[in-house]
Each structure stands twice: as structure tokens, then as C-alpha cells.
Write a protein that binds this ligand. Structure first.
Ligand code: NDP
Length: 474
């Protein structure tokens, strides 16, 4: 049992001023694996005070000092590898291999990349008549969701530290333990007191408290569009700066010269990895009408490569994070059937033999029309929609017929067609074939997928203000 009943404020683990707690459940076993304290407004105020007190000195540290701090964090992070992997598997239900190769790996890379980006980063530009300086934004409130407990926290914290901004982190109640390990990593790496503060608690109290706090200068949020809107409303009261990363309904365009089996493997990988609980997952798969049958056959062939089951065994897909998420996914599968889409594989209920745990069946709908609810709304589960197209222009039109614009994918051979589709998709990140991950590449969305960019130097920019100085003595 992990009982974390304290918050980390001003370099110390301190008791909550309230007595409310929340149990954390392992989604694979449905058993309680620990408890956290739900913080109060008073706890948040203490954290804000600590961050404010740390601001004058931390914001004035040199670039070199902050590079060294980020490098020490990356080193300490590596030392906690096994803990991080096991913790994420227990709280989120991701298979051990995914916890290692996705969650652990992404968290590490954000700290290492922030150090590298900082080396090349220029905070001052002499423009002849005037100087333009990049100045720390102030103190930052970070609100993170449950689906990537180290990725989303690490990218925000690494960028904030690189920019010299002290932070208050509120992780999701469903998966709060990875953030405790991160806190221990920061302690071991010598993060100055007050620079990192962890307040556990509910979105309605601590999350709301952060976005409306008059002494917090900047809020970075990842999560649902509904909460993103609330944050914008709250931030408007104090004209607070904010960045939002809000999910998507991303297209994967399969070109007619693509290797059909490999394209199907890519598509299934999107709904299998993290059980489809990925904001940038490709859940609308656009295939040429002439390829429909061979693609459907290939999807059925590759599905067994992604077994669903106990995340502590050799499986590729674990349970959904919580009963509530399982119910949501079930209702979308029912909706797809009501709307007249054809169920190719999967459906409602639990996979055979997996009665305990929030397991869902990987589900593929075909004959989907892009205006159906299952093609327009973010399901956040292992559900794919296959939609056909007859020309590349039509594929681009369908790809962009969405409120979202976080990511897009295109697979095929002809470079001209790959370039046309990649350039035509209105989204913050497009991946061509199996292009490798690049942690210096900006990440964020167009349209209702959000505002702002994370990762690398673009991520650091979010935590900076631009200051002009006229007549600066040489
Ligand atoms: P939420 O947007 O509710 O939660 C994300 C984070 O925001 C959590 O830390 C949550 O706290 C916090 N929060 C909740 N309410 C407020 C508030 N009023 N003010 C400030 N912060 C708040 O996502 P859900 O967990 O409810 O997931 C619902 C759907 O959102 C998913 O099915 C998916 O479609 C989408 N989603 C998208 C994500 C993405 O990566 N873009 C990530 C997660 C979800 P707490 O939960 O601890 O109360």
C-alpha cells in the first residue's frame, strides 16, 4: 500500500490542512493500492507563497545553473527507472513494456532535451536600436491528466525549470503516485526549496484554485476540452497567461501505395498503445475505397499481435484507467452500432476471460461516415473508425473535417502524395510513415486541440515573457 498523505511544499513533506482522502485503484485488479490526501485552498496558498518566495532567486539563476539542474534531474530520474515503470503499471494499468518504452522513456527525454535546448537558447537579442529579452513568466501552475503520468508532468516541469519558473503541480487523482517519485527525484537532484511544490487534490478545488489564483502567473493544462474552457474562463479574471493541450480525433491517411499489412499494424498500434487513451492517437483511419477489403482483412490479421490482458504479463494492451472511462467507451461502442457503422471486430463487454479489471475489447468499426459521433468525438479507448475516400483531395477534406487539430498521420510511398497530405492536414504535428520521435519537435494543437506548444525550445518559450529595453547601455 502506498499512502501519500502529505503535500510537498517549500522543500518539505507537510500534512494537509484538510482531512479528505482519496483511494487509488489499480485498474487491472480493481483493488485499492494506496491513498492520497485531497488538498485544500489553504494548502494551495502555502504552495503559492513558497513558489513566490523562490521566484526572485530562481528566476535569476544563470542558464548554466539551470542546464546543470536539468542534467542532475535526468540522472536521478534514471536511478528510479524500476520504480517509475512499476508505479505507472499499477496506477494506470499500462503493460510493463509500455511503462518502460513509452512512459519512462518520455519523462526522461523531456528533462534531457530541455537541458540540450537550453544550451542553444538565446534569452537576449540585440536588434540595433533596442534589446529584446526573454524573461521568466513568473510562477506556474501545472494541471496534468492521468493518461501519461510522467510525460505530461515532465514536459511542463522541465520547460518551467529551463525558463526559471517555480511551479505548483496538481497531478490527476487517478494516477498520482508517479508525481511523488518525481518529487523525490527533484529532492535528490537538489531543486531549491519552493521551486517545486506538489499539491494533490481534486480538479474542482486545487485545479480550479490554480486557474483562478491571483498570484499564479501562468497555467499549463492537459486534459479535456470542457476543463480547458473552464481554465480559460478562470484565467480571464486575472488576465492570466495559459497553455492548453486538449486531445484530438486524429486522422491516419493510408495512401493507395502503402503496404497494407504495415498500415494496419500502425493503425491497430494507435488503439492498442495505452489502451487508446492517448490524445494524439489516430482513431479515424482513412483508406482508399479500392483498399477497403484488404485493409479490413489486414486489421484482423494483425490484431492478435496486440494481446489484451494483465499488464504485469507479456501483453500489449492493459485495462482502461477507471470504471468511469470503461463506461464511457462502452457507450461510444453502443452509439457506433446505433449510428449504423459496421462492427468489424470487438464490441461491448469485456474480453473473454478478463472479468476483473476495466478491460475493453479492441473495437474496429468500418463503413463509418465522418459525421457520425464515433468519428467526431474523442473516445479515449481502443476504438478505431475506418472511413473510405476516393481521391487525395477528399482524404484531406475528411481529415480536416473535425473540431480537433492535434495530430495527423500519413503512410504510403509516393513522396509527392505524402507531402501533399502532410502539408494539407490542419494539425500541430503530422507524422509521415514511421518517422522517429524527436523531443525537440514542438507538440500542441490547432483548433479545439489547444493553445500553445510543449517540448524542447518551443516548450521553454511558453514560460517566458518578451521584454523590450530601449536605450540599453552597451
Ligand atoms: P479532465 O480534463 O477532467 O482532467 C484532467 C485534469 O484536470 C485532472 O488533473 C483533473 O483533476 C483536472 N481538473 C478537473 N476539473 C478541473 C477544473 N474545474 N479546473 C482545473 N482542473 C480540473 O479529464 P478526465 O479525467 O475527466 O477525462 C475525460 C476525458 O477527457 C477523456 O475521456 C478524454 O477524452 C479527455 N482527456 C484528454 C487528455 C489529453 O491528453 N488531452 C487527458 C485526459 C483526458 P482530477 O481528475 O484529479 O479531479
Amino acid at each position: 500500500m502506498r499512502n501519500y498523505l502529505k503535500h510537498y511544499i517549500n522543500g518539505e513533506w507537510i500534512d494537509s490542512t484538510g482531512d479528505e482522502t482519496e483511494d487509488v485503484i489499480n485498474p487491472a485488479t480493481e483493488e485499492v493500492i494506496g491513498t492520497i490526501s485531497l488538498g485544500t485552498k489553504e494548502d494551495l496558498d502555502k504552495a503559492v507563497k513558497a513558489a513566490r518566495a523562490a521566484f526572485p532567486s530562481f528566476s535569476q539563476t544563470s542558464k548554466q545553473e539551470r542546464i546543470e539542474l536539468l542534467e542532475r534531474i535526468a540522472q536521478e530520474y534514471e536511478k528510479r527507472k524500476d520504480d517509475i515503470i512499476e508505479t505507472i503499471t499499477d496506477e494506470l494499468g499500462s503493460p510493463l513494456s509500455v511503462s518502460e518504452n513509452v512512459h519512462y522513456m518520455m519523462g526522461y527525454n523531456h528533462f534531457a532535451q530541455a537541458a540540450e535546448s537550453l544550451k542553444e537558447f538565446s534569452f537576449i537579442e540585440n536588434r540595433g536600436g533596442h534589446i529584446v529579452m526573454k524573461d521568466t513568466v513568473g510562477i506556474s501552475g501545472l494541471i496534468t491528466p492521468w493518461n501519461f503520468p510522467t510525460n505530461q508532468t515532465s514536459t511542463k516541469i522541465a520547460s518551467a525549470f529551463a525558463a526559471g519558473s517555480p511551479v505548483i503541480l496538481k497531478p490527476a487523482e487517478l494516477t498520482p503516485f508517479a508525481a511523488v517519485i518525481l518529487t523525490e527525484i527533484f529532492e535528490a537532484a537538489g531543486v531549491p526549496k519552493g521551486v517545486f511544490n506538489l499539491v494533490n487534490g481534486s480538479g474542482s478545488v486545487i485545479g480550479n484554485g490554480i486557474s483562478s489564483h491571483p498570484d499564479i502567473d501562468f497555467v499549463s493544462f492537459t486534459g479535456s476540452g470542457a476543463v480547458g474552457q473552464k481554465i480559460m474562463e478562470n484565467a480571464s479574471e486575472t488576465i492570466k497567461n495559459f497553455a492548453l493541450e486538449l486531445g484530438g480525433k486524429s486522422p491516419l491517411v493510408v495512401l493507395d501505395d502503402a503496404d497494407v499489412e504495415q498500415a494496419a499494424r500502425t493503425a491497430v498500434g494507435h488503439i492498442a498503445t495505452n489502451t487508446g487513451q492517448v490524445c494524439s492517437a489516430a482513431t479515424r483511419v482513412l483508406v482508399p475505397s479500392s483498399m477497403k477489403e484488404s485493409f479490413e482483412k489486414a486489421v484482423k490479421n494483425v490484431l492478435p499481435e496486440f494481446p489484451v490482458g494483465n499488464p504485469r504479463e507479456d501483453n500489449r494492451t492493459g485495462p482502461l484507467v477507471a470504471k468511469k472511462q470503461w463506461d464511457t467507451v462502452q457507450s461510444y461502442i453502443e452509439k457506433g452500432q446505433e449510428e449504423g457503422a459496421t462492427l468489424l471486430v470487438g464490441g461491448t463487454g469485456k474480453p473473454e476471460g478478463l472479468d476483473k479489471g476495466y478491460y475493453a475489447k479492441p473495437t474496429v468499426f468500418t463503413d463509418v461516415k465522418n459525421d457520425m459521433v464515433i468519428a467526431q468525438e474523442e473516445i479515449f479507448g481502443p476504438v478505431m473508425s475506418i472511413i473510405t475516400y476516393d481521391s487525395i483531395d477528399e482524404a484531406i477534406e475528411i481529415a480536416n473535417d473535425t473540431y480537433y487539430g492535434l495530430a495527423g498521420y500519413v503512410v504510403g510511398e509516393n513522396p509527392e502524395n505524402l507531402r501533399k497530405v502532410a502539408s494539407g492536414i490542419r494539425a500541430g504535428r503530422v507524422k509521415v510513415n514511421d518517422a522517429e520521435a524527436d523531443f525537440a519537435a514542438p507538440f500542441g494543437g490547432y483548433k479545439r486541440s489547444g493553445i500553445g506548444r510543449e517540448w524542447g525550445d518551443y516548450g521553454i518559450e511558453e514560460y517566458l515573457e518578451t521584454k523590450t529595453i530601449l536605450g540599453f547601455p552597451e
